[in-house]
Design a protein around this ligand. Sequence first.
Ligand SMILES: [Ca+2]
Ligand SMILES: [Ca+2]
Length: 474
Amino acid sequence: MLTTFSIFISIFLIGGLVYFIYRQQTKETTYDTQPERVLFYDFTNPNSVLSSGKKILLLAPHEDDEALMCTGIISHALTNGADIKVAVISNGDKKGRKAGLTRIRETLKAMEYLGLPSSNIIFLGYGDTEKNSNSFMNRLYNAETDTTVVSSYVGTQTYSTPEAPEYHYQKHGVHGTYNRATFRQDLEEIIEECRPDYIFVTSLYDTHPDHFILYKFTVESIIHLKRNNPEFSPIMYEYLIHSHDGDDHWPARNPKNGFLTPFSKPNTLDTHTLLDWEKREIFLLPMNMQNVPLSKSKKYVTISKYRSQKPAANNKYLYSYVKRDEIFWKKDFSNIACLASVSVSSENESTNQLGIKAIDGIADGYPRFPNNEWATKGETSGAWIQLSWLQTYTINKIVLYDRPNLNDHITSAVLTFSDGSLIKTGPLPNNGSACEISFPTKKINWFKLTVESAEGSNVGLAEIEVHEEKNNAN
Ligand SMILES: [Ca+2]
Ligand SMILES: [Ca+2]
């Protein structure tokens, strides 16, 4: 009798403990700290992202990425009458052509289930090789512009299924050769044809080279298009698929039979990226995907369509992207720095750390992305960079990003403007985070930043942004 009683008490206590842990977890994942940012997305507001009439281009490196972080985005866009196009870059064919064709058909099926017509899906038909520096996109990015990049799995030309021919074939009547120039042309043509208000693309801080290189190609293309047409100012949302935590750890696996929880912060976000968790943009899934048990969510069913990717494998890895929200980091291309010509006191040509890298749209540098920053040749105080435009702009904000390495550090600088005015600025954040300098409007056609004091041996800047008053009313 005593034994039975003990067992009963034990079960009661364990049950209570499990319930307590569950409640604590639920508590930790509420939005109480930032309700205003969630509520901001009233998609019926015509000024809101994803609302009626807005044009959206969603770029996915491989078949399934579009669903993993953007099923809710696609669904919101369709419900609210936004014009959304999904462009899938590679055929995900590292297991060969047949596997690639299967993956294309899986995307078509999954998107059909969500209600996205196949005419809104673009396959670019590029290769997929390794998930390391030999990744197809990484090789393409670093190749000479017209050097053919061979995918040992499928050859040297774009291809797709007969029912959904790849973009290059549809547009030009021939398959595109796998080289940098063809890819850039395809990507830019797609962006030009869509004229998107919003572009969704995988993050610069995704660990898969295909993913972060797609980010770089996209920024490069947007800036090239903007130089030809300065009015082109899309807003970009970057999304993370593979974090530095590793796929075994992030996204956190969902509790069995549980309800949906939000994405948690990757443990490595602060140490391995310049993404600020507090600045993420939270898009809640549509209510009909959210307020149901996990396996009944339409997002779960969408992901189940990618059968060749074995969504239940690795402890239900792919299903772990079914969360209550989808998260992004926003980047605005309205700043006019990229329209300027650049001159510098010196630049490190041997490492490709040129003055123009301060206006390439990527605010990072050594050690992660050394080719995206400006570094001088052994200069400290006295180093300078000047941006000049062919026309006058009315500006009221400049944002400076120090080289992110902690050795080289601009501790004071002076900005001189073409209207004769000057602004002195104190130490820039040494880790390369943004230093915003706002001021009453100035009409200028050039300004020069001169370093007054610095630490290190090769100062420089990861990036400069220059904001016009009309885009920066606050
Ligand atoms: Ca840069
Ligand atoms: Ca620094």
